[in-house]
Design a protein around this ligand. Structure first.
Ligand code: HEM
Length: 340
């Protein structure tokens, strides 16, 4: 057993958030496990150790939440995000059942029609802002329709969704400033009733699952809170990152324009290249050995998805943005735990 390398890097410092990849490289070069002295956290930096940890909830648990401060971890209680099997299984199944291709068929047509209408409007303008007019606008409508939100909730979704992700990190100024806004979302969801949601929507289906006893009583509101917290900022970042990367690498964009069958591969590469969620968390249930390092039981662990996605031991030339790479094994969706 070797002693754990240490680093003073603060993963949530503004300059690291703006361009985290040099920091990730420095951490990876120190070791697959590094102790972050600023945040007092163990961090996993390599692709293989991250993949293994995400697949093993018996040693790397989500039950105490997946954020880095007590407030957010309390708010996540009752959701699939803050649970391990067997409690996780029905919560996740309610999600999967409502998101099957069959359940989403009608919504898929609607999403396509919305996308075409948005593009038709935008191409008539001399210029537009890709972040405000596409990356922010488009997912709001999709997630609102998916969950079945109407009225006040739709108008607040962008503020709420962004704040929900901003409060995942350790308690710093940014986290503190976002808590009141994230609290509005929590408050709204804790009051929500099935009849406030569009019949047949995914949110409506989750209430049905509660009524049939498929998820525990009271879980539907938590799950709906989670959809909005998890579904908006992530998609917004993914679409914004697509535009940014196509702008930065026009020759790769040209390949996709010439061959639209590359779209799925290119999108996987966008998710690998710029992870929408950079850092996620687990707690060690016991003393665990990772690489040659011992992490004490009870430690909160930072799982740096963005660092694993650029690990040269797993991806050849990870700094190259290659729309033909199709990295379907990227880490950006976290564990994707089996539901049975
Ligand atoms: C590009 C888009 C997205 C990215 C990058 C993303 C990323 C993630 C990550 C990193 C996790 C954590 C998994 C873990 O703890 O191991 C997660 C879980 C989750 N996400 Fe997403 N997500 C995206 C889109 C969405 C959307 C659109 C929704 C729904 C509206 C959604 C709902 C959820 C839910 C419910 C969970 C918890 C799943 C579970 O507990 O097993 N996500 N996502």
């Amino acid at each position: 057993m070797t002693s754990v390398p240490q680093s003073g890097i603060d993963l949530w410092a503004d300059d690291v958030l703006v361009d985290p990849y040099p920091a990730y490289r420095a951490l990876r070069e120190l070791g697959e496990v590094v102790y972050l002295t600023h945040s007092k956290l163990y961090a996993l930096t390599g692709y293989d150790v991250i993949k293994d940890a995400l697949a093993d909830p018996t040693r790397f648990s989500s039950a105490q939440g997946v954020g880095f401060n007590d407030g957010v971890n309390r708010a996540l209680q009752g959701t699939s995000l803050a649970s391990d099997p067997p409690e996780h299984t029905p919560l996740r199944a309610a999600l999967s059942e409502n998101l099957t291709p069959r359940a989403l068929r009608g919504l898929g047509e609607q999403i396509k029609a919305n996308a075409q209408a948005l593009v038709a409007r935008l191409v008539k303008r001399p210029s537009f802002d890709a972040i405000d007019d596409i990356a922010r606008r488009f997912p709001i409508g999709v997630v609102a329709d998916l969950v079945g939100f109407q009225g006040e909730a739709r108008a607040n979704m962008l503020r709420w969704g962004q704040a929900a992700m901003e409060v995942i990190g350790p308690m710093n100024q940014r986290t503190a400033e976002n808590f009141p806004v994230a609290g509005e979302l929590y408050g709204h969801c804790s009051q929500i009733t099935q009849d406030a949601l569009t019949p047949g929507s995914v949110g409506w289906g989750v209430f049905e699952a509660e009524r049939k006893g498929i998820v525990p009583e009271g879980a539907a509101r938590h799950i709906i809170h989670q959809y909005l917290g998890a579904g908006l900022d992530t998609t917004l970042a993914a679409i914004g990152n697509t535009v940014a990367l196509f702008g930065r690498f026009p020759e790769e964009f040209a390949k996709v324009r010439d061959d639209l069958s590359l779209v799925p591969s290119a999108f996987n590469e966008v998710l690998r290249y710029y992870s929408p969620v950079h850092v996620w968390s687990r707690v060690a249930t016991q003393d665990v050995e990772v690489g040659n390092v011992k992490i004490p039981g009870g430690s909160r662990i930072a799982i740096i998805l963005g660092a694993g996605n650029h690990d040269p031991r797993h991806y050849k030339d990870p700094e190259v943005f290659d729309v033909t790479r199709n990295p379907i094994d990227h880490l950006s969706f976290g564990s994707g735990l089996p539901t049975s």
